[in-house]
Write a protein of this length. Sequence first.
Length: 365
Amino acid sequence: MIRSDRKFRWLRGQDLNLRPSGYELGIWVYAPLRPTAQNPLFSLKKRLIRVRSPCTGYARFRIHLFPMCFLKKIVAAAEPAERDYFLWDDSIPAFAVRVWPSGRKVYVIHYHSGGRMRRYTIGQHESPWTADLAREEAIKILARVHSGENPSDTRLEERKAMTVREFSNRFLGEYVDVHLKPTTQSEYKRAVDLFIVPKFGTWRMADISRADVSEFHADMRQIPYQANRTLGVLSKMFSLADLWGIRTDGLNPCRGVQRYKEEKRERYLTQEEYARLGATLDETKDMPEAVWAIRLLVLTGCRLREIQTLQWSHIFFDQSELRLPDSKTGAKIVQIGQAAINVIKSVPRLEDNPYVIAGRKKVVI
């Protein structure tokens, strides 16, 4: 049921989800509204919605029926749609949960500051926010707004003030553990734990300059290879800091820092060394897994990680091939000779274990 007075349209129903136009779902309601000097806002009282808009003529809003304060089961039952939408709470103006097409649900609060409508994200549903906790936080945020504070600007300043130690935890958790392979993960974590955090741990990310990075790199000149690898990790950290809004100057202080010259290191065994290695492996009886692994390394030319993770399903004896689905350079095929095939066939195949080099479990007595 809809009734109107001289100033506003009143929308009455079991209510409510209210948002400016541009969305397809829900019920479209056209209401002629008088312009005001303020930005669009709404106030809630029981089951009535009053809308003010600076727009002339007709303003359209999407109305989604929702009759009560948030309850955990209601938020949990909210289904994703083709586009994101809001479920509004009727006890606190501008407090809502935003449901994304992916199913992610985020509590938000809307407010005015500096003549603009702002949206402040409280947190994700059940990570760790519940409806009740988010509502309490919304009340605190509105109190800060009433006192003249802008919570969004405060949060931005807090992000800028993040220390290297704090940022490294996020860097390892959200980037390294998610996007990098296990071997690369260990290299990044080693660089962060042994070199970056001990040097810059208490520094603010926004305060580190190119001169600081250059000095840090120079202090590691005795270990040039590690210095270059650490500089690469630090450069990635600053790139993500810019992407995540921690640094807003658009500069990566690692750029322009000259890396140390690296000479390619190659070492080939001589015939005499091969003979000595073979004799030692023949005499080793208590570590057969290590012996098989070393023989395969010598006979195939594979990397250590490739032999450690080699599975029986990767071996094709008829074609004399190892078909590795994942390696440092991506999927590849390794041609093997009869000697390597003989070594592989000598390895006992364990039931319910897909790996060729199975290893051993420690038994605690």
